[in-house]
Design a protein around this ligand. Structure first.
Ligand code: NAD
Ligand code: WQD
Length: 347
């Protein structure tokens, strides 16, 4: 089937575009490249040995969307396009609501006009809020969100639930990601954050490769085994495969949420130890006060996705770290540079 992947040049989108091509689907990517590089898509095509269609455009541009649906017989849409930096969302809430909420509304209107009613939406564990018991289950209500980014995800979930209530033709799958990390095992696709990484793993990887000197660990006084925060890290390739599985669920009308996580929690210091062990590089760190908005510990109950999507995260922590490290060594400055590490005998 032909799948539109909005935000498909981004971190998760590019890995998903590759999995879709490898599963035999045809892929159309729409991306405004505000946080991505076309090089990622070039490499996706190289690895897959197949081409995809790329349209540089904005999900808020209705005319662009109408033209795209006119030119391509789209079977389903996987919607990644979004702004996603928590701190930035506090400083620029209008930009986040404009892209994440209004952009999704424009996309859905264009889909409706084109007679396309199958949508997979990139949601986030952040919608559960701070009061949900762990492990998070899809039956739990959405909770208080503590920043415009998280609120925008919650608002879009509500919007889509209201849409399917109003129009029985829609089938919507809400995928609630926990903490995606890792990179394609070739080391040619990976996470390429602009500026100082907000997230833990890209920051650790940049310390390991020498771009950053020291990791700051935000808080070591949490009620966890080693005092540092615990999260459910899953391999981005597992996540990508979860989207391919979710397409098969789009035969069921209505809206369904699924947790995409491993069901296991790992602490910041456990991630540091794993990275040092796998990369054989020191990761110097210093403790600092807690980061505003961080929760002590959460992880997924992934049993619904396993039962109904036939999906389970299967890659190990060592694979997540090894693949991250291979990507970072080969691309010390992300997609702007690539060093052929095979000549250095590196695995
Ligand atoms: P990313 O920034 O790498 O990918 C988002 C892509 O969307 C980028 O390629 C960007 O250029 C594009 N984009 C942004 N605004 C656009 C617009 N108006 N029109 C067209 N394209 C636009 O981020 P990611 O980590 O790959 O996240 C993908 C999705 O998954 C996002 O919706 C994000 O909120 C969600 N998510 C990410 C995480 C995570 O930890 N990475 C966790 C939970 C949910
Ligand atoms: C993980 C842990 C930090 C960086 C965020 C968003 C969430 C989703 C995934 C989009 C935390 C600690 C981090 C650093 C550190 N994104 N840390 N030093 O906060 O669980 O989730 O990304 O949907 O919405 O909130 O992930 O990687 O930022 O942090 O100590 O330099 O690592 O305090 O405990 P998080 P993260």
């Amino acid at each position: 089937m032909k799948v539109l992947v909005t935000g498909g040049a981004g971190y998760i989108g590019s890995h998903t575009a590759l999995s879709l091509l490898e599963a035999g689907h045809d892929v159309v990517v729409l991306d405004n490249l505000c946080n991505a590089s076309k090089e990622a898509l070039r490499r996706v095509e190289e690895i897959a040995g197949r081409t995809l269609s790329f349209i540089e455009g904005d999900i808020r541009d209705r005319a662009c969307l109408d033209q795209l649906f006119k030119e391509h017989d789209i079977h389903a849409v996987i919607h990644f396009a979004s702004l996603k930096a928590v701190g930035e969302s506090v400083a620029q809430p209008l930009a986040y609501y404009d892209t994440n909420v209004a952009g999704t509304v424009t996309l859905c209107k264009a889909m409706q006009q084109a007679g396309v009613f199958r949508l997979v939406f990139s949601s986030s564990a952040t919608v559960y809020g701070p009061d949900a018991p762990v492990p998070y289950q899809e039956s739990m209500p959405r909770g208080r969100t503590s920043n415009p980014y998280g609120t925008s995800k919650s608002m879009v979930e509500q919007t889509l639930e209201d849409l399917v209530q109003s129009d029985g033709r829609w089938s919507v799958v809400l995928l609630r990601y926990f903490n995606p990390i890792g990179a394609h095992p070739t080391g040619r696709l990976g996470e390429d954050p602009q500026g100082i990484p907000n997230n833990l793993l890209p920051y650790i990887a940049q310390v390991a490769v020498g771009r950053r000197s020291t990791l700051t660990v935000f808080g070591n006084d949490y009620a966890t085994a080693d005092g540092t925060c615990v999260r459910d890290y899953l391999h981005v390739m597992d996540l990508a495969e979860g989207h391919v599985s979710a397409l098969d669920r789009l035969t069921v009308l209505g809206a369904q949420a699924y947790n995409l996580g491993t069901g296991q929690g790992l602490s910041v210091l456990q991630m540091v130890e794993a990275f040092e062990r796998i990369s054989e590089r020191p990761i110097p760190y210093q403790f600092a006060p807690r980061r505003e908005g961080d929760l002590a510990a959460f992880w997924a109950d992934p049993s619904k996705a396993e039962k109904e999507l036939g999906w389970k995260a299967r890659r190990s922590l060592d694979e997540m770290v090894a693949d991250t490290w291979r990507w970072q060594r080969r691309n010390p400055h992300g997609y702007r540079t690539e060093i052929n590490t095979t000549s250095q005998g590196a695995s």
